[in-house]
Design a protein. Structure first.
Ligand code: ADE
Ligand code: ZN
Length: 336
């Protein structure tokens, strides 16, 4: 490990864009398949990894939803989240905001309660064992209907005080934020915070819709906002957080090479970029791997890395006092 690798591992950071189902490593997929008697279309762990060769978002989503079939009980969701928190702790994560896709599970007959209680119990252990605070983001699948999203929001009713925000993920093109304007308005009325994937594969117009129709407090990805100077100006002046995912962008061909990754351009434009892993088991690295890969490819300075970590706290859904406490930790670390 170089000095920079060590600096990144120790850098206190928040992870704001992490799909917990996307942290399902092939080894755990096999273990859960066996535990639950679920058949999977792979002969070995190597076979699974070999299938992770994607040309676009949909290629990945097809495999990601198939992998999630092994998750059935609250113990499975607990084990899945604990495996993530263990990696996060080693990566200097002190706060994580976990997206979960209830519809991927409830549509297979897994009760919402099993999913969320398994995640919540792991979150409690993570705080006690690793000192990692965490929050949940309930994400609606955008390839499904708004009516289905409303049904999911209703299912979440008894747990609303344990859910920080709602999000929007899955196949972006053809499923604009406008399709979900009413369900996001209902979620806002319930006091939930709002985020949405926009501008990963979809055009800048989808980012405008996320801002104007969903009233997002963060944009997940946002890469294609860079195509529109007026949008850049607006995102910068509003201090909108972008949850950028470099290794995801590489694996899903959003960028053709990490040396072309725009994260430092975003910072230079005054955009509040953060670094995240998205679906680490599928994209070849956890959050510190993402910092390292993009730092090397783009020659980021320690100041850039500290700025990205600072943005991860100020862009989080933590209360102001917790943000301040984390920033103090970060400043003390950066001062050496
Ligand atoms: N679901 C899991 N990862 C995703 C991504 N990067 N984009 C859209 N939906 C997702
Ligand atoms: Zn994502």
């Amino acid at each position: 490990m170089t000095d920079l690798d060590n600096f990144i591992a120790g850098l206190p950071k928040a992870e704001l864009h992490l799909h917990i189902e996307g942290s399902l490593e092939p080894e755990l997929m096999f273990a859960l398949a066996e535990r639950n008697g679920v058949a999977i279309p792979f002969a070995s762990v190597e076979d699974v990894r070999a299938a992770y060769d994607f040309s676009n978002l949909q290629d990945f989503l097809d495999i990601y939803y198939a992998g999630a079939n092994v998750l059935l009980t609250r113990a499975d969701f607990h084990d899945l989240a604990m495996a993530y928190f263990q990696r996060a702790a080693a990566d200097g994560v002190v706060h994580a905001e976990l997206m979960f896709d209830p519809q991927t599970h409830t549509d297979r007959g897994v009760p919402f309660e099993e999913v969320i209680e398994g995640l919540l119990s792991a979150m409690a252990v993570a705080e006690a064992e690793y000192g990692i605070t965490s929050a949940l983001i309930l994400s609606f699948l955008r390839h499904l209907s708004e009516e289905a999203a409303f049904a999911t929001l209703a299912m979440a009713g008894p747990w609303l005080d344990r859910i920080a925000a709602v999000g929007l993920d899955s196949s972006e093109v053809g499923h604009p934020p406008s399709k979900f304007a009413r369900v996001f308005a209902a979620a806002r009325q319930k006091g939930l915070k709002i985020t949405a994937h926009a501008g990963e594969e979809g055009p800048p117009e989808y980012v405008y819709e996320a801002l104007d129709l969903l009233h997002v407090e963060r944009i997940d990805h946002g890469n294609r906002a860079l195509e529109n100077p007026a949008l850049i100006e607006r995102l910068a002046s509003e201090g909108m957080t972008l949850t950028v995912c470099p290794l995801s962008n590489l694996k899903l061909c959003v960028v053709s090479d990490l040396t072309d990754h725009p994260v430092d351009k975003m910072l230079a434009l005054g955009l509040k970029a953060t670094i995240n892993s998205d679906d680490p088991a599928y994209f070849g690295g956890y959050v510190a791997d993402n910092y390292r890969a993009v730092a090397k490819a783009r020659g980021l300075s320690r100041n850039d890395l500290v700025q990205l970590a600072r943005n991860s706290f100020t862009g989080s859904f933590l209360p102001p006092e917790a943000i301040l406490a984390n920033i103090e930790k970060l400043d003390a670390y950066a001062a050496g």
